[in-house]
Design a protein around this ligand. Structure first.
Ligand SMILES: [Zn+2]
Ligand SMILES: [Zn+2]
Length: 264
């Protein structure tokens, strides 16, 4: 039986947690999130006959009722397994009840990016459904010069370099529906800057296959996982594990283009 993308990410998270103690808590929580997401993806694909549209629209009434009924389980999981601030937030949200959850989920679905920690948690929960809708939509992402996801219009969460010829081709991965699209290598996805003198790339010895791509024009950064240097990496998971690079970038005055599921 082929291994699912979630199982691959879980295995990679286990591997990285044993190598990088500082990331063990984050990755331990991520493993629970990924298990929940895989289960949710399977359940939703069985019960929801989604209209042939991308994630870029409002949720229907039946989608909202299905999703909000499963959100409670997600909050319980985050309460029990999340790092302390997330566990506390989940407890608070739990107490707010289903009407509040519906509103939160609908907002998380339509907002271009989460405006606070509750919105972020909602988007993490919704992410497998966004991925499901994208995989069902007939429209395939086409190469674009645009820095927003061609399927759902969200910002990219990270970049990837995949082996091509003697070097690597760059693509970006959507923070919500996980679509991947090609993107020119020497362009800032935040502002479109093309002057390579303003586009610095940093690496650290702990994660020599992860590039911190900074832009001095708009002061944003995005991390890219270089699969030409490390073919074992699972980009989403390795991005999470390399939190020290985010701290470094912040200390140097850069703002991340799009935070990951832990708000980093
Ligand atoms: Zn997307
Ligand atoms: Zn820029």
């Amino acid at each position: 039986m082929p291994v699912s993308p979630w199982q691959r990410r879980i295995q990679r998270a286990q591997e990285l947690a044993s190598q990088h103690l500082f990331a063990a808590e984050i990755l331990g929580f991520y493993i629970h999130v990924a298990r929940f997401q895989e289960d949710l993806h399977q359940r939703l694909s069985a019960v929801l006959q989604s209209p042939p549209a991308s994630a870029d629209r409002d949720l229907t009434a039946s989608e909202l009722s299905e999703l909000s009924s499963r959100f409670e389980g997600f909050l319980s999981m985050a309460e029990a397994r999340g790092p302390k601030p997330l566990a506390e937030l989940s407890r608070e949200l739990h107490a707010r009840g289903v009407d509040f959850w519906r509103e939160l989920l609908n907002r998380g679905w339509t907002a271009p990016s989460a405006s606070d920690a509750a919105g972020l948690l909602a988007q993490v929960f919704l992410q497998p459904y966004a991925e499901l809708l994208r995989s069902r939509a007939s429209l395939r992402p086409v190469p674009t010069a645009h820095a927003l996801c061609p399927s759902c219009n969200r910002k990219p969460a990270l970049g990837v370099l995949r082996p091509m010829g003697d070097g690597g081709a760059r693509s970006l991965i959507c923070s919500f529906c996980l679509a991947e699209w090609e993107f020119r290598r020497i362009v800032c996805p935040g502002c479109g800057e093309e002057d390579d003198k303003k586009l610095a790339v940093f690496t650290a010895s702990d994660f020599d296959y992860i590039r911190v791509e900074c832009c001095d024009a708009c002061k944003t950064y995005i991390k890219s996982v270089d699969l030409t240097k490390n073919g074992r990496a699972e980009p989403l998971v390795d991005e999470l594990a390399s939190a020290p690079l985010d701290l470094w970038a912040r200390e140097h005055g850069y703002v991340k283009l799009q935070n990951n599921l832990l708000g980093l």
